[in-house]
Design a protein around this ligand. Structure first.
Ligand code: NAD
Ligand code: MN
Length: 358
C-alpha cells in the first residue's frame, strides 16, 4: 500500500467547491485501485484567513507544507481584498518558495465539449504549454517613483537568468521528447525585446543540440495567438515566459471549450519540494455558492498530481472516467450542460467505482 500525504488549500470562491469534489474523486480512485491511499489535510488559508489575521497564510506556512507529497490548490481572489495581495500572499510564495519553476498546462478538447473553433474536433488540438514559473516578468522587481505626481514612473522589470532559462528549456525539450510528435515551439518576443528574449532564443538553440530527435521552431508571441487559432493542429509542446504563457494558456483554455476544464501543475522537477496542482481558473465569485462550478479542471489537475506521484494507471483511469462523463453530456452550464458540480462529481465517482465491480 502506497500512502500519499496531500495538503489541500481550497482557499477562495469556488476553490472549496472544486477541491472537495476532487478529493471525493481521489478517494474513489484509492478505493478502486486498492493499493494507494490518500491522507488529505486541509489548510484553511486564503482571503478569509487574511481578513482575520492580516496575512493569507501563517508565517511558517511553507514549513507546514514542506513534507507533504503534493499540494492540491483551489483558487485565490475575493471581491474585497486586492488581487495582488491574494496572489503574492499565498500562491506565488508557494511556487517560488518551493522552486516550482515549471508550470505545465495540458490542453485538449474533451469529448462532448464544444470548442469555439468552427472546425474543431477532439484530437485536433492536443497541446502542453510549459510556462516559466520562477522569474521573467513576474519576478516582482521594479518600483514607483514620484507617486501620485504628474512625473510618476512605474517600472516592472523582467528578469531572465541563464540558469532559469536553461532549466525551463531543458524541461520543455524533455517533455516534447516524451510525447509522440516530439515537437516543440519556443515562444518569445525577440524582435521588440532585444535582451532577455534574444537570450531565450539562443539558449533554446543550445539546449536543442542535446535533443536531436525533437523538431522545434520559434514563434513571436503575437503571431502565436494567430497560429493557435488558425492552425491548432500544427502545435504540440509549447514553451514560453511567465507572462506570455500565462496569456497563451488562457487562450488555450478558451479554445478547448472553457476555463472550467483547464488544469495546471506547478512542478519542482528536481523533487526537492512538494509540487502544486490547481485549476487555471480563479475564484469565480460570480458563481460561488451556486453549486454549478465545473469540477473538471480540478479533476484533470488531480490526474496531473497522480502522474507526478508515479501513479500513471490511476491518472489514466481518472481521465478516462472524466471523458466518459463529458461524452455522456453530464456537464456544468459553462460548457453547455445542465448538471451541478455534485452531479458531475457523482457521475465520475460512479464511473470509477463501476469499473471496479465489472
Ligand atoms: P475566473 O477564472 O475566476 O473567472 C472567469 C470567468 O470564468 C467567470 O465568469 C467564471 O464564472 C468562469 N469560470 C471560472 N472557473 C469556472 C469553473 N470552474 N466553472 C464554471 N465557470 C468558471 O477569473 P476572474 O473573474 O478574472 O477572477 C476572479 C478572481 O480570481 C480574481 O480575484 C482574480 O484575481 C482571481 N484569480 C485567481 C487565480 C488563481 O488563483 N490561480 C487565477 C485567475 C484569477
Ligand atoms: Mn492567468
Amino acid at each position: 500500500m502506497k500512502k500519499y500525504a496531500i495538503a489541500a488549500i481550497p482557499a477562495d470562491g469556488i476553490g472549496p467547491e472544486v477541491i472537495s469534489a476532487g478529493i471525493d474523486v481521489l478517494q474513489a480512485l484509492a478505493q478502486r485501485q486498492g493499493n494507494i491511499e490518500f491522507s488529505v489535510q486541509t489548510f484553511e488559508w486564503g482571503s478569509d484567513y487574511y481578513k482575520a489575521h492580516g496575512v493569507m497564510m501563517p508565517e511558517d506556512g511553507l514549513a507546514q507544507l514542506k513534507d507533504f507529497d503534493a499540494i492540491y490548490f483551489g483558487a485565490v481572489g475575493a471581491p474585497d481584498v486586492p488581487d495582488h495581495t491574494t496572489l503574492w500572499g499565498l500562491r506565488l510564495p508557494i511556487c517560488q518558495g518551493f522552486d516550482q519553476y515549471a508550470n505545465v498546462r495540458p490542453t485538449r478538447i474533451l469529448p462532448g465539449i464544444q470548442s469555439p473553433l468552427r472546425k474543431a474536433v477532439p484530437g485536433m488540438l492536443d497541446w502542453v504549454i510549459v510556462r516559466e514559473n520562477s522569474e521573467g516578468e513576474y519576478s516582482g522587481h521594479g518600483g514607483r517613483a514620484h507617486k501620485g505626481l504628474p512625473e510618476e514612473v512605474g517600472t516592472e522589470v523582467a528578469i531572465f537568468t541563464r540558469t532559469g532559462v536553461t532549466r525551463i528549456m531543458r524541461y520543455a525539450f524533455q517533455l516534447a521528447q516524451s510525447r509522440p510528435r516530439k515537437l516543440l515551439t519556443v515562444v518569445t518576443k525577440s524582435n521588440a525585446q532585444r535582451h532577455g528574449m534574444v537570450m531565450w532564443d539562443e539558449i533554446a538553440a543550445e539546449v536543442a543540440q542535446d535533443f536531436p530527435d525533437v523538431s522545434w521552431d520559434k514563434m513571436l508571441v503575437d503571431a502565436m495567438t494567430v497560429r493557435m487559432t488558425l492552425h491548432p493542429e500544427s502545435l504540440d509542446t509549447i514553451v514560453a515566459t511567465n507572462l506570455h504563457a500565462d496569456i497563451l494558456s488562457d487562450l488555450a483554455g478558451a479554445l478547448a471549450g472553457s476555463l472550467g476544464v483547464a488544469p495546471t501543475a506547478n512542478i519542482d522537477p528536481e523533487r526537492r519540494f512538494p509540487s502544486m496542482f490547481e485549476p487555471i481558473h480563479g475564484s469565480a465569485f460570480d458563481i460561488t455558492g451556486k453549486g454549478i462550478a465545473n469540477p473538471v479542471a480540478s479533476f484533470w489537475t488531480a490526474a496531473q498530481m497522480l502522474e507526478h506521484l508515479g501513479e500513471q494507471e490511476a491518472a489514466t483511469v481518472l481521465m478516462a472516467a472524466v471523458e466518459q462523463v463529458c461524452a455522456a453530456g453530464i456537464m456544468t452550464p459553462d460548457v453547455g450542460g445542465k448538471a451541478t458540480t455534485r452531479e458531475v462529481t457523482q457521475a465520475v465517482v460512479k464511473t470509477i467505482l463501476g469499473w471496479q465491480e465489472s
